[in-house]
Ligand binder design. Sequence first.
Ligand code: F6P
Length: 336
Amino acid sequence: MSSMTLTRHLLGQANRIPNASDFVLVGERLSLAAKLIAHKLAAASLEGELGYTASVNVHGEEVKKLDNWANEAFLEAFAAGHPVCTLVSEEMAEPRHFQENCAGGGYAIFYDPIDGSSNTDVNGSLGTIFALRRRAPAHQHGNFADLLTAGTEQVAAGYVLYGPATMLVATFGTQVDAFTLDRSIGEFVLWQANIRMPSRGKTYAVNEANYDYWAPGARRLIDRLSGCGEGAHRYSLRYSGAFVADFHRCLLEGGIYLYPGEVASGARRRGKLRLMYEVAPLALLAERAGGGASTGTGRVLEVVPDDLHERVPVYIGSAEEVQLAEQMSAEGTATS
Ligand code: F6P
């Protein structure tokens, strides 16, 4: 049994990564939120906590009771003090700001408390996604413009996967490490350090029901992967309805997850997934593990957003498949 807990692991990196002492505090609060959410998810069907609330979120989507609950768990965990002073969530139209936590600039945490919400009521896999960015030293109270920067500015990122086991996968330095929740001691313990994503995989993950709405390049890509296209090598389709679960498979076994834009749609022109707290965090993990993440026309991590909640098309996973998506002009060409 490994005794390398998340906290010990981060402390052990103190002389190798900048900000290590801040990351220890953040890691402790993240693991608290993750443990609270994992516990709640396991008991939700017994406690009558499945199903919807009466509200819709900033994206116009119906909100599940568990979305709200998990968002509150994050707020509680991070209200405790320095170093995170701003929380930006899929479930909140406006960031929550704790000015008193901003000593020395502080950080903003971006998060999707429950990724794959459609799986809550069927006991399917779920996730939490997070990323950490530094606030500008002189940022103004109530003004979040300093956070509208490229994903390369993320200083840490990761996800929690609530499957048969609860796993926390994160990059706090230059590498990607995975921790499993050991429920007997209530700690995340190191499972695999410095994960490397295979350069090619055997599976693709996509909601193929949207095929007719995509650009010709995205359709050609899927034809190629599914074995219907010319010179095709046949991949298997593995789609769970939770980005985190599908990405986790890519990280460990290779392959690609995609959510293309829809050419004729206003709302889905840039796909469905949100840049700042879904796509950019996993893009950082993908790149640090040796994989890639593209919008179909360029590197996800170079997209500079206009809005904290904006969407982006995504092709993420093994380097070869992501490169193929770009070669096949999945979203048209960069200038079109
Ligand atoms: O909003 C994110 C998300 O729930 C992802 O976790 C998942 O991959 C995707 O949306 C599912 O969308 P759809 O139901 O359109 O396939």
